[in-house]
Design a protein around this ligand. Structure first.
Ligand SMILES: Cc1cc2nc3c(=O)[nH]c(=O)nc-3n(C[C@H](O)[C@H](O)[C@H](O)COP(=O)(O)OP(=O)(O)OC[C@H]3O[C@@H](n4cnc5c(N)ncnc54)[C@H](O)[C@@H]3O)c2cc1C
Length: 454
């Protein structure tokens, strides 16, 4: 056998290992380095390696293709360094997060121990320049959101609220002094952030309808009102609060510190989605904020909208991750589960579900990839981000429900993961703008008519 053929066969064998196994192998050895080394092995060494890999297979078992939700190999469009970060996050999620999420989801609690572990990854504040942030392209923010949500949507929401919404508000709307005070600590996750925009009476209509007020009394700003659904708010060190100025009528942003006596946060109980995320109702009662903690460059709702535009692309990528996690879990299950004496993956109707899932997933991934490229080229508009959020959250719902279907009864059991994806998809579907609101944003852009209120 020629050396070339042996290298090719070895590579093919490695390709047949599923993603879980690859992630485990990659933990022990640097796969990229290993592939380089393979080319240098001599004939005898290669034959030995192939024998070793082959003996892993059970008798009678035929080669099954890998479980990989990246069907169009978008990973090949990443640089070596970006790919390394993607795999680092994937391994972290598999090893540190997957084993504990179902338990915490069930208990409706947040696993605080993961914050310390997250710090080591150095992926917080992905696209920001300076302040100890990685300053990577927006594409990597999307890839990371996908990798985290692929294992757990709650953890990706915790991460997105902190790194995207909270840090993004400070990065885009804060003064230099405010950025210096908060961003380096938040990048290291020594301080955790939250973002308070939605209210009990105002969700979709926040642009013109905020009821939370602020008023300058000559010395301090006084905030009054309530916020609802605010992720991380039960434990965050700093909560970005958006409020309407009673004098100018304009929306302003504030950095509210958790120890402020006018601030209180009560956990929302009994959610059927994202149970790990600690969402809260915040009450602001004559909450005094010094001028130094007013976001100095947030002067109207347009500034709030700039933050949302930046993060909405990340939410579309979360939907991709959720769909990918559900698809890969379902595919794995169908290969193992046997009925009528055969793996259910061999049935035509099951394959139809799998292919529908994969086509949705692939369309979502390629759309988001282009979305991030546009964001990196500074071409992203509100309607671009909204279209991706609408499309991906609809397709995600379809994917998770098919995943649940091919698992039969096990599709509603937490231990098979798919049930968690089904439930969590419902939160992605609603937050950062519902389907209707994001459709209205796109509709206005393509027709020239605003149909928000008839
Ligand atoms: C799990 C979770 C986490 C969240 N985290 C945060 C957070 O950290 N910070 C934060 O500020 N917010 C957060 N939110 C709030 C989220 O952004 C809002 O739920 C969302 O914007 C929708 O608002 P709403 O729930 O009040 O629904 P509503 O605005 O009451 O909408 C109800 C329905 O009416 C439809 N509708 C409204 N207006 C129109 C219209 N003009 N035309 C047609 N249909 C319309 C909507 O599309 C929806 O179907 C979170 C929400 C959830 C569920």
């Amino acid at each position: 056998m020629s050396l070339f053929k042996k290298v090719r066969d070895t590579v093919n064998l490695l390709k047949s290992v599923d993603l879980d196994q690859l992630a485990k192998i990659n933990q022990k050895i640097d796969l990229a380095e290993a592939m380089k080394t393979l080319g240098k092995l001599d004939d005898r060494q290669l034959t030995g390696l192939m024998k070793m890999l082959k003996t892993k297979k059970k008798k009678g078992q035929h080669d099954l293709p890998p479980i990989d939700g990246d069907f169009y190999n978008l990973d090949l469009k990443l640089t070596d360094e970006q790919r390394e970060i993607q795999l680092k996050v994937r391994n972290f999620m598999e090893d540190e997060i997957r084993p504990l999420v179902n338990e915490y989801w069930k208990k409706d609690q947040f696993p605080f121990e993961v914050i310390k572990k997250f710090r080591k990854l150095n992926i917080v504040g992905v696209p920001y320049e300076g302040y100890g942030c990685p300053n990577m392209p927006f594409l990597m923010e999307g890839i990371i959101a996908q990798e985290i949500a692929r294992v757990d949507v709650s953890i990706s929401t915790f991460f997105g609220v902190h790194s995207g919404l909270a840090m993004g508000s400070i990065y885009l709307c804060g003064s230099e002094e405010q950025k210096q005070e908060w961003l380096p600590q938040m990048a290291k996750m020594e301080k955790i952030g939250a973002f308070g925009l939605t209210e009990p009476n105002v969700g979709s209509g926040v642009a013109g309808g905020l009821e939370t007020t602020c008023k300058f009394d000559g010395e301090n700003w006084i905030l009054n009102g309530q916020k609802k659904w605010i992720g991380n708010a039960t434990f965050a060190d700093v909560i970005v609060i958006w409020a309407r100025d009673l004098d100018s009528g304009r929306v302003k942003g504030f950095l509210v510190r958790k120890e402020n006596p006018g601030f209180s946060a009560e956990k929302i109980q009994d959610k059927m989605a994202l149970r790990i995320v600690q969402n809260a109702i915040i009450t602001l009662k004559d909450c005094k904020i010094p001028e130094g903690d007013r976001l100095q460059n947030a002067n109207s709702f347009k500034d709030t909208a700039n933050v949302l535009r930046m993060t909405r692309a990340g939410v579309a990528w979360q939907a991709v991750g959720c769909a990918r996690g559900a698809y890969e879990s379902a595919l794995k299950y169908t290969k193992k589960r046997e009925q009528f004496g055969r793996p259910i993956a061999s049935f035509q109707l099951i394959q139809n579900h799998l292919v529908e899932m994969l086509s949705n997933l692939t369309a979502m991934q390629t759309l988001c990839f282009r979305l991030s490229e546009m964001q990196d080229q500074d071409m992203l508009t509100d309607e671009h981000a909204s279209l991706a959020k609408v499309y991906c959250s609809m397709r995600m719902r379809d994917v998770v429900s098919r995943a649940r279907e091919v698992l039969g009864g096990n599709g509603i059991l937490l231990e098979y993961d798919v049930a968690r994806f089904v439930a969590d998809a419902e939160a992605i579907y609603s937050y950062e703008g519902t389907k209707e609101i994001n459709s209205l944003i796109v509709g206005r852009a393509i027709t020239g008519y605003s149909a928000f209120v008839s």
